[in-house]
Design a protein around this ligand. Structure first.
Ligand code: XUL
Ligand code: CO
Length: 448
């Protein structure tokens, strides 16, 4: 293997030391957990935009990132060189999947035709690397939000030429998805929302983006693209109000426009938090609707109100998410766990990119181990079954079977004394449940 990064392949080191560095403590790709190898439960992916393009800028300062390909100054040479670095990175980390936006890969030209030509040169190289390394495309997407032309959206832009341009750009991205064998195709509507309602025709914008999605469905059918389409909800940032606010809003939108059979959801931890939800909540809502597609694994910060895309390190959250995934049997029909995350501005070295992915991968591998132990014991299953058991027989069973009217309920309830009603409620001992979750985390990982 080449050594562009000056880093050895990342080994499993297990419990060797509490002071972890360039090694995994929990992630062992081929270790079987709950009937499947860890790598098949987790299907980790590296996000091109954060890992290879991100300069670690913030609104107050320039980028701090130091990358081994910084020596390339010509944009096209840099774009091509980065692909070599990317594929070595996947192999050294032991990650089988990657994700990208079209504009992560190559500089734009003046026209879409010129831009497509630049992009296709890079896609040729990616295709060659895929053949050599076996790395797979979890998903690709179109950046319909970075260029100034998309200042008021793409599929919801009030300007027809911009809508048309976005459609042309999307078509080329779908062709790339087909060519590279993408397992999914993601739509994140960065600027598909509005700043102010006084100048916005909300109905017309939603009709337009539904039409945009329908054209994507039609074109995929035409070219025989089998990638699962995914919408990634986010409530705000960059626009103040985004149409794909959260999982529930996005599911309602898809059902309103009859698109629900063609799309599932790609859910991101930090986006969930911005919508006022936990990551687990978003995964559960999608599961319940049969629409869980894939995960963008990252985490937010309680103290910061925007999307910080931090690498996941919270074991409580990864346990909750992996509990849902184990209950579901998979992340999604073709889903994976994409690190839509970046190191902090102060972790600016190339090796920090490896360290950041290691903590993310280990956090989810640990979450998988804990959640598997919880499912094995049936702890949550038992407590939930018990909590709803009054619906298993008697009046509850009749309600569930659709055999009751309000009149029946009145007849049943009219003379029950308050003491008997209170006796029908039960404490859920929530504090004990939380303590037990802590015990599962500490004990399961302690035995590793
Ligand atoms: C932005 C975000 C995107 C999408 C892909 O918050 O999550 O990177 O994942 O466009
Ligand atoms: Co994302």
């Amino acid at each position: 293997m080449s050594d562009l990064w000056n880093v050895d392949p990342i080994p499993f080191v297990g419990k060797r030391s509490l002071r972890q560095d360039l090694g995994f403590r929990y992630y062992q790709p081929d270790r079987v957990v709950a009937g499947k190898p860890m790598k098949d439960w987790l299907r980790f992916a590296v996000a091109y935009w954060h890992t290879f393009d991100q300069r670690l800028v913030d609104p107050f300062g320039e980028g701090t990132a130091q990358r081994p390909y910084d020596k390339y100054t010509d944009p096209m040479s840099l774009a091509l060189a980065k692909v070599d670095y990317a594929f070595e990175f996947y192999q050294k980390l032991g990650v089988e999947y990657f994700c990208f936006h079209d504009r992560d890969l190559a500089p734009e030209g003046d026209t879409l035709r010129e831009t497509d030509a630049n992009l296709d040169r890079v896609i040729d190289l990616i295709e060659q690397h895929q053949k050599e390394s076996g790395a797979k495309l979890l998903w690709n997407t179109s950046s319909l939000f970075t260029n100034p032309r998309f200042l008021a959206g793409a599929g919801t832009s009030p300007f027809a030429d911009i809508f048309a341009y976005a459609g042309g750009q999307l078509k080329h991205s779908l062709d790339i998805a087909k060519r590279l064998g993408a397992e999914n195709y993601v739509f994140w509507g960065g600027r598909e929302g509005y700043e102010n309602l006084w100048n916005t025709d909300l109905k017309r914008e939603q009709d337009h983006i539904a039409r945009f999605f329908q054209m994507a469905v039609d074109y995929a059918k035409e070219i025989g693209l089998e990638a699962q389409f995914l919408i990634e909800p986010k409530p705000k940032e960059p626009t103040t109000h985004q149409y794909d606010f959260d999982a529930a809003t996005t599911i309602a939108f898809l059902k309103t426009y009859g698109l629900e059979d063609h799309f599932k959801l790609n859910l991101e931890g930090n986006h969930a938090n911005l919508a006022g939800h936990t990551y687990q909540h978003e995964v559960r809502v999608a599961r319940t609707a049969g629409m869980l597609g894939s995960l963008d694994a990252n985490q937010g910060d309680k103290l910061i109100g925007w999307d910080i895309d931090e690498f996941p390190s919270d074991l409580y959250e990864s346990t909750a998410v992996m509990w849902e995934i184990l209950a579901e049997g998979q992340i999604g029909p073709h889903g994976g766990l994409n690190f839509d995350a970046k190191p902090r501005r102060t972790s600016f070295t190339a090796k920090d990119l490896f360290r950041a992915h290691i903590v993310g991968m280990d956090t989810y591998a640990a979450g998988l181990l804990v959640a598997a132990k919880m499912h094995e014991d049936g702890y949550i299953e038992d407590l939930v079954a018990d909590r709803y058991s009054s619906f298993d027989s008697g009046i509850g069973a009749k309600v569930e079977a659709g055999e009751t009217s309000l009149k029946d309920l009145e007849d049943y309830a009219l003379d029950i004394p308050q003491s008997k009603l209170l006796a029908a409620t039960q404490s859920d001992h929530l504090e004990t449940v939380k303590a037990t979750l802590n015990n599962y985390i500490v004990e399961t990982l302690g035995q590793e």
